[in-house]
Design a protein. Structure first.
Length: 283
């Protein structure tokens, strides 16, 4: 009697901003992207968030690097040893990071099929995609269905970002088309998105309060009358995110669920302290 194929494993990277309980509940493997702070170089989950914020504000060089190929190899091997018949590995845009290329290199060294997906995005757009894929896998879905679930989710999701300054994106070389906003007056606050795999400008708004109001307006426009999940992502403790969450709940009658997450320190290093993002993801 032929044995049934094992489940499909889902792997992502730490820029997905997945809360640990969510990753654990759905069995999602998370490979850590790396940070260099001064002379210290390590996986991002080994750093203290408040210390990283302090370093950024103090002007200490904070750089990011993709995971080592070996980190992906062992994540894939671990999934295979637990009985996975295939692996779907979904990651931050290849235009932002070499992470997806490291995953592809590791995939060639594993005995089970590994399907590596470039999401073209990051943050909770990636997190929602990984979670949807893992839910399909948990229900017994084969690799093609798991891939479809991930692709549908990351293609439909939208990131809307507020940053206090573009300086951190400029330092990290991730400013993309948003460089058009450089040189704006200090009081002009940029709102950004992710387009074609990189950070792109949306609009400029005078003053923080107006910019955050516009952030909410744009999220409401993105949602329209669709059923959506929404994530509010923050880098550092901030009371503004609670206010934003309340306003979104009041204005989005079709919001199926909302969550507040801490930004990956990798993303925070590029967006800077005080950054707030809203992910709108149709379900």
């Amino acid at each position: 009697m032929r044995s049934m194929p094992g489940p499909v494993a889902v792997i992502t990277d730490s820029t997905a901003c997945l809360p640990a309980p969510v990753a654990e509940r759905w069995g999602i493997g998370v490979v850590q992207v790396q940070l260099q702070v001064g002379e210290q170089f390590d996986e991002e989950n080994r750093y203290d968030r408040e210390e990283i914020i302090g370093h950024l504000r103090a002007g200490t060089p904070v750089k990011t690097a993709p995971p080592e190929v070996a980190a992906f190899f062992w994540a894939f091997q671990d999934a295979a040893s637990k009985g996975a018949s295939a692996i779907v590995s979904v990651h931050i845009s290849g235009r932002m990071s070499e992470t997806v290329n490291a995953a592809r290199e590791a995939a060639q060294q594993v005995s089970v099929p590994v399907h590596v997906l470039d999401s073209g995005t990051t943050g909770m757009s990636l997190g929602f995609a990984a979670t949807s894929a893992a839910k399909v896998a948990a229900a017994g879905g084969q690799a093609t269905r798991v891939i479809d679930a991930a692709e549908r989710r990351f293609r439909g999701s939208r990131e809307i970002l507020y940053v206090d300054t573009l300086e951190f994106l400029r330092r990290g070389g991730r400013i993309g088309a948003a460089q058009a906003f450089l040189g704006s007056a200090f009081s002009i606050k940029p709102l950004l998105t992710v387009k074609n795999g990189e950070v792109a400008p949306l609009t400029r708004v005078p003053g923080q309060r107006r910019a955050l109001n516009k952030l909410v307006d744009l999220a409401v426009d993105c949602a329209g009358d669709q059923d959506v999940e929404v994530a509010i992502t923050r880098f550092g403790p901030d009371e503004r995110d609670l206010e934003i969450g309340g306003r979104l709940r009041a204005r989005l009658p079709h919001m199926v669920d909302s969550t507040l997450v801490d930004a990956s320190m990798i993303l925070g290093a590029h967006l800077g302290p005080g950054a707030i993002g809203i992910t709108v993801s149709p379900v």
